[in-house]
Design a protein around this ligand. Structure first.
Ligand SMILES: Cc1cc2nc3c(=O)[nH]c(=O)nc-3n(C[C@H](O)[C@H](O)[C@H](O)COP(=O)(O)OP(=O)(O)OC[C@H]3O[C@@H](n4cnc5c(N)ncnc54)[C@H](O)[C@@H]3O)c2cc1C
Length: 370
């Protein structure tokens, strides 16, 4: 299955960066093998007997197909499962009333889109007839084929698809998230902080504009860099570029994970006079002094303080806490999937998709397609 959501952005009349990323795409590919496998496991087939499907009696609700998370992966899969199993047999557990298309947030941070344009009522994206359980998953118990939700209700399933996304960890940087109450700091990674990036850009006068990349896996590894290019374009357009030092402090030892693209990006950063500092990991923000503290990852314990006029934070990220606390997790806390089929490595009636998984792809749809 290939889902490719594309949009063309509409730039404000007064500026239009030439080489800015104008198209965001999200592609989530589920290999057909996994769907074939689900068909094999369908109750009409014999394969069901060896699955963990015996706990129906003890649960208050039961669904043939239960999807955890109603983000990009969960909504796509529930539509597909509706076609396969029938709407009345599919339920999605998702607490949020609002569904966000996160790739737009890069453009919201750059002032080219509104945050409202990234939002839809969850009810409007939920496939019709599918049961929306408006609650948070607290526990997944694959040995009993049950899930516990916020209000204590136990839901049992025959098949489970886990699409819980990943966890942001702003709190792992000293001074955050409180520092977001101060001006000059923003983050495109959260709906509550993305507009602060645009405010900081607009209020920029002169000094360092710093963009960070954390020392953890991230979703959309290009996004921390994209906002730097868009900011550079905005500074040029508004006549502020001569007074701006545009700095990218990344924990990585490379500018980008794929050499072919990294080579091109090195040419671009040189042409545009963007300063790249590799192996610089943000560990503290001091908003009262407008200082950001970075650790030199090549020499642990050694720190360097940068003053900032604007700071864009990409937070450390980690596995969904619910997945991490369940038997479904691998040793690092990610959902332990077979990379060919997206089927769980220990529980054959459990599947997964998206950022919560341990698939050896980047945490964006485009890379998952490989
Ligand atoms: C700034 C930014 C830019 C990006 N740019 C791009 C891009 O250009 N191209 C691209 O392909 N990708 C991009 N991405 C990444 C893309 O948005 C994600 O990879 C994608 O949303 C992952 O889908 P998912 O379903 O795994 O997780 P999500 O879409 O994050 O959905 C997870 C869902 O699980 C729900 N949930 C969490 N915990 C619980 C719980 N305990 N119980 C029930 N529900 C729960 C959440 O409410 C959420 O709805 C970007 C992301 C960001 C933040």
């Amino acid at each position: 299955m290939l889902i490719n959501i594309q949009y063309k952005d509409k730039w404000p009349k007064n500026w239009r960066p030439k080489q800015a990323v104008k198209t965001c795409s999200l592609m989530i590919t589920v290999r057909m093998a996994s769907l074939r496998c689900l068909r094999l496991c369908h109750p009409t087939g014999v394969a069901v007997s060896h699955l963990h499907t015996s706990s129906r009696a003890s649960a208050k609700q039961h669904y043939k197909m239960l999807v955890l998370g109603g983000g990009s992966g969960g909504i796509c899969m529930s539509a597909r499962m509706k076609r396969m199993f029938g709407a009345e047999n599919v339920a999605v557990v998702e607490p949020s009333e609002v569904h966000y298309y996160q790739p737009i947030w890069t453009l919201v941070g750059a002032g080219a889109k509104t945050v409202a344009s990234s939002a839809r009522p969850t009810a409007s994206v939920m496939p019709s007839g599918v049961k929306w359980v408006k609650s948070k998953v607290q526990e997944i118990n694959p040995d009993t084929n049950t899930v516990l939700i916020d209000d204590g209700t136990e839901i049992s399933y025959e098949y489970l698809i886990v699409a819980l996304g990943l966890q942001l960890h702003y709190e792992k940087i000293k001074g955050l998230p409180e520092a977001f109450e101060h001006p000059k700091i923003g983050s495109n990674y959260s709906v509550t902080t993305v507009e602060k990036t645009w405010k900081a850009l607009q209020n920029f006068k002169e000094g360092n504009a710093i963009f960070t990349f954390p020392n953890t896996p991230v979703k959309c590894a290009g996004a921390p860099q994209k906002i730097m290019y868009l900011s550079d374009a905005y500074f040029r357009k508004t006549g502020k570029r001569a007074k701006a030092n545009v700095i990218y402090n990344t924990s990585l030892p490379v500018l980008f994970g794929i050499k072919k693209y990294a080579d091109t990006l090195w040419d671009i950063v040189k042409t545009r006079d963007l300063q790249i500092n590799l192996r610089h990991n943000l560990i503290e923000v001091r908003p009262d002094k407008q200082e950001a503290v970075f650790e030199n990852l090549d020499n642990p314990g050694e720190t360097k303080v940068f003053e900032y006029e604007m700071l864009h934070v990409t937070p450390p990220m980690g596995p969904s806490l619910v997945v991490k606390g369940s038997p479904l997790a691998d040793e690092n806390g990610w959902l332990d999937l077979n990379k060919e089929t997206l089927q769980h490595n220990k529980y054959p009636n459990v599947f997964g998709i998206g950022d919560c998984s341990n698939l050896p792809t980047a945490k964006t749809g485009a890379a998952v397609g490989k």
